[in-house]
Design a protein around this ligand. Structure first.
Ligand SMILES: Cc1cc2nc3c(=O)[nH]c(=O)nc-3n(C[C@H](O)[C@H](O)[C@H](O)COP(=O)(O)O)c2cc1C
Length: 370
């Protein structure tokens, strides 16, 4: 399973794992892939610094990457107080009413209310890059556009290649023109922010359009070795997976008790590939989420239009916290892709990696025998 990029990064398998959990990211790197830590949730650069120190110490010297979010269309900047004041009272009333209707209790007296994700503001994402470059990332990836030219130059000055997600050929070409080294062709079926073109169409389209100018990773809907083989057959140099790691044993984010599967994981385990929806209610930009009573409520005619980034997430952040504390799998807010239909048990990352590699070998053998 050697490709141009496995050699470049010094990894065993062409499997790149995006995850917001440092425990999962480190396990992916230790298992021979490249774990990529999502930084968007870190509003405090010191917390990110501590987590990356932990990554440095827990990856057995293997490479890992970081992922930031710098949207090409820059969201409204402002302090937490400024941004809070931009949220219309009718939106807040809708959220309160919906949570009451869904039976989600208020936070306990001792709980501090979450402030919302600010990592997609350029000011905060720049702090992520500054902190990351004090550690040893092998890759900096960016969602929602090319990072600004000076950020690409900053990474290159440290010898760190830059990747960017693309949902269309035009985006991919723009990334390369801006100096991006690796394009992640991410199809419609993917979890999180996603475009409108399916992976089966998008990956070869981007591979052909870019030729030798940049390596391409395939993302969206991958959760088996057969799909890894298919992605390489389509011309990709590897796969970039996000959803599949959410049901690994190492994923503990959003788990109130810490023991056994969290309510989110239980919801994911029970979902089929038809149980996702692409909606702006998580961040203000279209993102694929698990379909639940919460997403259903926002699709009713009386629901308000979601607010632009970053206001929508600030609006719903306490709601997310309340749903997480309520531990009801029917009412959760979680980005996930259509591959959720294959996510049927909680397993350690290392076991998932072995299965991906074995499945790849079997697929290649089968094709060879045809
Ligand atoms: C829970 C979750 C959060 C995500 N957050 C980000 C993010 O912050 N930055 C990013 O580049 N991609 C993010 N993504 C997208 C992944 O990087 C990846 O492209 C996608 O999950 C691939 O498709 P898949 O979900 O079918 O594996 C997220 C995906 C999920 C499931």
């Amino acid at each position: 399973m050697k490709t141009d990029l496995t050699t470049k990064f010094g990894i065993e398998y062409p499997i790149y794992g995006f995850t917001p959990s440092e425990h999962v990211a480190a396990a992916i790197s230790r298992a021979g892939g490249l774990g990529v830590l999502g930084c968007v949730r870190f509003n405090d650069p010191e917390e990110l610094d501590a987590v990356l120190t932990w990554m440095d110490e827990n990856t057995d010297g293997k490479p890992y990457g970081v992922d930031i979010v710098m949207p090409a269309k820059i969201p409204t900047e402002g302090s937490q107080v400024d941004l809070d004041s931009m949220i219309p009272p009718e939106h807040r009333a809708f959220v309160d009413r919906t949570l009451a209707d869904l039976g989600v209790p208020p936070l306990g007296d001792d709980a501090e209310s979450a402030s919302g994700v600010l990592g997609w503001l350029h000011s905060v994402a720049r702090s992520h890059v500054d902190v990351a470059l004090k550690h040893r990332p092998a890759l900096i990836a960016n969602a929602l556009g090319s990072p600004p030219r000076d950020v690409i130059d900053q990474a290159h000055a440290h010898g760190v290649p830059v990747a960017a997600l693309a949902g269309a050929v035009d985006h991919a070409k723009r990334h390369v023109a801006n100096g991006v080294d690796v394009v992640i062709a991410q199809g419609y079926e993917a979890g999180g922010h996603t475009g409108e073109i399916a992976s089966m169409v998008l990956v070869p389209e981007i591979v052909d359009a870019l030729g030798d100018s940049a390596a391409v990773l395939a993302a969206g809907g991958i959760g088996s070795g057969r799909q890894v083989a298919a992605a390489l057959a389509l011309g990709a140099s590897g796969v970039w997976m996000g959803s599949y790691w959410l049901t690994t044993a190492e994923y503990k984010l959003g788990s109130a008790s810490g023991d056994g599967p969290s309510s989110v994981q239980r919801a994911l385990l029970g979902a089929t590939s038809a149980d996702t929806v692409r909606s702006r209610i998580y961040s203000g930009k279209p993102a694929r989420l698990l379909k639940t009573k919460w997403t259903d409520a926002w699709s009713r005619p009386e629901a308000p239009d979601p607010l632009p980034m970053p206001l929508q997430n600030i609006l719903v952040s306490e709601a997310h916290q309340r749903m997480s504390a309520a531990e009801n799998p029917d009412v959760v807010a979680m980005p996930v892709g259509q591959i959720v239909g294959r996510m049927n048990e909680i397993r350690p990352v290392a076991e998932v990696m072995v299965e991906l590699v074995e499945g790849f070998d079997q697929a290649v053998a089968r094709l060879g025998s045809l």
